[in-house]
Design a protein around this ligand. Structure first.
Ligand SMILES: *Cc1c(COP(=O)(O)O)cnc(C)c1O
Length: 492
């Protein structure tokens, strides 16, 4: 069968459209003798029977092992050059109390970026001294709560924030450890990085202002300056961007040493993962090794001791460990004229969409999909997986191949949805957010329950009924339904 001319150049016609590319799909995912996908020892049809679709599924062992792997990679690489490394899990990728505990058990610290994320980490029982607090516009109330809780470090993002953090710290009689976030002029994404003198973005302060602002920080007795921080981007392959920003930071870090101690250097997160078979991210061990070598060489050239380093991966840890399960509702062949050749793709519409995965619409992200409920010998066809929202840009998977007999009722899986999907989910079109379930050793457990229409109506103060409970009696002026009460069935 010839390639479809509508397929992007990177997408290969699969030899077997039932097979799972190992770097894209979770480690424990396979098919049983019936051809049904099994993840964490649980058949996906069992998950759907128990929880409905759409459903976020996390492979717990895989999340934990990726967290341990990234911590070990950085610790070992920096030990070899003679310093220590700390790894913070960037909670914004996906945060729940269970995940926060898994990260703590794997020896990671946690970064939070709002009062809400801080509350989740504290509700998980994470020792506040292991938390970092980020954000370009933290409120006085958030700073107060963070200092009161005893967060380990606050990452100062502006000149104005220095006095605010100092004031919160003195109110609570604390000496607060702080970092200063700088713009290094390096911005990286996937295979490219851009290095300029100035960056047009909201985070951090100009590298050239760092000395003056650190002097200001040091003038406050309620603040303890720990070091510089930068974060150069996301979904980055390769070490070149990190190496360039490390070199720029070391030059300033060395000058700051003249005015006092600078024990740490935080190089942020952004390590890329494979969303499709065409993505080839570097092994994290290799990346850690490269960055350690570069930093050691820069510090040697500057004749300064190596600081303790910190990293903040989010996507790398949870992204590949999550999949989303959907049920196919409608399929529709759409014929197009591509370069004078008649061609068509099959639109496959599922029971979720941009409300549970905004990344495709927001960033033009690519994803991979497979039919998980069965295998098929039908020839592969080019598909586009669309959601059910009233928006033509509501696409989950722009391009992949599925067996040509994919049909309503089929169970679809989309890979690598563990990061920035649930976290960015919305209630667009009044869809209820799906549940998040963890699978492990043949069992499943709900981490976050799905929303119900009652949940959504509970916040509408003009609502007279639970739409679900009241049903067709919605206009009869009867008693209010069970607003806000949780219901067993998650998929509405
Ligand atoms: C988002 C973010 C991260 C994590 O980025 P990933 O791409 O998920 O690794 C780390 N640090 C900061 C400051 C961030 O904003």
């Amino acid at each position: 069968m010839p390639d479809n001319p509508l397929a992007p150049a990177w997408l290969q016609l699969p030899v077997d459209a039932n097979a799972f590319a190992p770097q894209v799909w979770p480690a424990t995912l396979s098919r049983d003798a019936d051809g049904v996908a099994v993840i964490g020892g649980v058949r996906v049809d069992k998950l759907v029977a128990d929880y409905g679709t759409p459903l976020y599924v996390l492979d717990e062992e895989y999340v934990r092992s990726r967290a341990e792997r990234v911590r070990r990679s950085f610790t070992e690489a920096f030990e070899r050059v003679g310093t220590a490394a700390e790894v913070y899990y960037a909670g914004k990728a996906f945060l729940s109390t269970d995940i926060a505990r898994w990260m703590t058990e794997a020896g990671l610290r946690i970064d939070v970026a709002s009062g809400g994320e801080l509350a989740v980490a504290l509700a998980a029982g994470v020792d506040a001294s292991r938390l970092g607090f980020h954000g370009n516009n933290k409120s006085d109330d958030e700073l107060d709560r963070a200092v009161a809780a005893g967060v380990g470090t606050i990452v100062i993002d502006s000149e104005q924030e220095i006095a605010r953090v100092a004031s919160a710290a003195s109110t609570h009689g604390r000496r607060q450890r702080v970092r200063l976030r700088v713009r290094t002029g390096v911005h990286a994404h996937t295979h490219d990085f851009l290095a300029t003198a100035h960056e047009d973005q909201k985070f951090g302060v100009a590298l050239g202002d760092a000395e003056r602002l650190v002097a200001d920080i040091r003038s406050h007795s309620s603040l303890e300056f720990v070091g510089l921080h930068c974060h150069i981007g996301s979904q980055i392959f390769g070490a070149d961007g990190f190496a360039e920003s490390a070199a720029r930071l070391v030059a300033v870090h060395a000058r700051l040493l003249a005015g006092g101690p600078v024990p740490e250097l935080n190089l942020g997160g952004g390590f890329g993962i494979a969303y499709t078979d065409a993505d080839r991210p570097d092994r994290i061990e290799d990346l850690a090794h490269r960055v350690a070598q570069v930093l050691a060489a820069e510090c040697e050239a500057a004749q300064i001791p190596l600081p303790t380093v910190a990293f903040e991966p989010g996507r790398y840890i949870v992204g590949p460990a999550g999949i989303t399960l959907y049920t196919v509702g409608t399929t529709k062949p759409v014929a197009l004229d591509a370069d004078g050749t008649a061609a068509q793709r099959l639109y496959v519409s599922v029971d979720g969409g941009m409300s549970d995965n905004a990344r495709t619409a927001l960033y033009g992200a690519d994803y991979s999909t497979r039919v998980l409920g069965r295998t098929s010998g039908a020839d592969p066809v080019l598909v586009r997986v669309a959601g059910k929202h009233c928006e033509s840009g509501d696409i989950v998977v722009n391009d992949d191949y599925l067996p040509g007999d994919v049909a309503p009722g089929d169970l679809l899986g989309v890979a690598a949805t563990g990061a920035y999907c649930w976290a960015l989910s919305s209630n667009y079109n009044y869809l209820a957010r799906p549940a998040v379930v963890a699978v492990r050793d043949g069992g499943s457990r709900m981490l976050v329950r799905g929303e119900t229409v009652d949940d959504l109506l509970a916040r509408d103060l003009g609502a007279r009924h639970s739409a679900v409970a009241a049903g067709t009696a919605a206009h009869d002026g009867g008693a209010p339904g069970p607003l806000g009460r949780s219901r067993r069935k998650e998929a509405l």
